[in-house]
Structures are given as C-alpha cells and as structure tokens.
Ligand binder design. Structure first.
Ligand code: ACO
Length: 150
C-alpha cells in the first residue's frame, strides 16, 4: 500500500535487516542485530507457521529505510468453535516520524489482516502511557497483564 509518495506499507521482507529494521525495533526495547543468516532463519521459521505471523513495515522510499513496524499473531483456540484471536505486538515508529499517524496506519493495517483472517477479536498489552494512542485507534481497556520472566 502506498501511503503517499514517500512511504510504502508492505509485509516484512527477508532482507529488511538492511533497511534499519533493528533501528526501528530499538524504540521498543533492546533489539540487538541478528546476522543476515540468523535474520533469514528467523524469518523462515515464522513464515513456516502458515497464516499465523503477519509483520508489516512502513518504508521511507527515498532513503529505503524502515520507519515503522508492527505484528499481528493469529492464535487458534478450541473455544468459540475453534475461534481465532489476533495478538498485536511490537508496534514501533522511529522517533523522528512519531506523531504523523504512522502508528495508526500500522494498527489499521494489522486490524484489517486480523479481520480478513477471521479473528473475532484483537488484543494487545501496552504501558499506561500508550493507552491514549490505543484509545485513538479504537481499543478499550480490559483486564490486566501478568508476567513471569524465565
Ligand atoms: N499520548 C497521547 N496521545 C497519543 C500518544 C501518547 N503517548 N501517542 C499517540 N497519540 C495520539 C496522537 O496524538 C494521535 O491523535 P490524533 O489523531 O488526535 O492526532 C493518535 O494517537 C495517533 O498517533 P500516531 O501519530 O499514529 O502515533 P505514532 O505514529 O507516534 O505511533 C507509537 C505511536 C507506536 C506509540 C509510537 O509513539 C512509538 O513507536 N512509541 C515507542 C514504542 C512504543 O511504545 N510502542 C508501543 C508498544 S505497545 C505494543 O507494541 C502492543
């Protein structure tokens, strides 16, 4: 999808490590570089799970650099007649272009994927400071996240 003349939204490619994918991810948390080989192996592992991992990126066409990315993972349940739930993860927009609606565009695209896959809901975890952003995207607060680090 072309988001105007300068920006292109598309699925992650197996060589996007070249385009600054890790720079964008580092706005979220530690995102140490993977070697090109390890990147491709990880990419192929995700791809082998058909219909499950959908990762999209926004590329700045002029510089051929990734400026935003996000994922939706589709989980199949036994309940709700083998219903599908979409989990939104790892939404990241480069600092230099935050506040220009790219985050919103990423969420909209991931929702569209979830809808097309037949998900009955899409959920995500976020920090308190990101609540206003997700509310603007149409999400509402429900329940709590728990974690236990291994
Ligand atoms: N507080 C209040 N409002 C906000 C905030 C905020 N922190 N962030 C965005 N908004 C509002 C915007 O003002 C805009 O409102 P408007 O339509 O009235 O103008 C609307 O939300 C959409 O904002 P975008 O411009 O699309 O936001 P942006 O492109 O900057 O992306 C994001 C938001 C993804 C949170 C970005 O700031 C970012 O990458 N932050 C660092 C990483 C991060 O925290 N990612 C989310 C982790 S949670 C997860 O991945 C499930």
């Amino acid at each position: 999808e072309q988001l105007g003349p300068d920006l292109h939204l598309r699925p992650l490619a197996s060589d996007d490590y070249k385009r600054g994918h890790f720079d964008v991810l580092s706005v979220l948390t530690a995102a140490p570089l993977l070697s090109p080989k390890a990147y491709k192996e990880n990419f192929d592992e995700l791809k082998a799970c058909a219909g499950t991992y959908f990762i999209i990126v926004i590329v700045d066409v002029a510089s051929d650099k990734i400026v935003g990315s996000g994922s939706v993972i589709v989980e199949r349940k036994f309940l709700r007649a083998a219903g599908l739930v979409g989990h939104i993860e790892d939404i990241a927009v480069s600092k230099a272009v935050q506040g220009k609606k790219l985050g919103l565009r990423i969420i909209n695209a991931l929702e569209e994927i979830g809808r097309a896959r037949g998900c009955y809901k899409i959920i995500l975890d976020c920090s308190e400071k990101n609540i206003p952003f997700y509310e603007k995207c149409g999400f509402k607060h429900k329940e709590f996240q728990m974690v236990r680090y291994m």
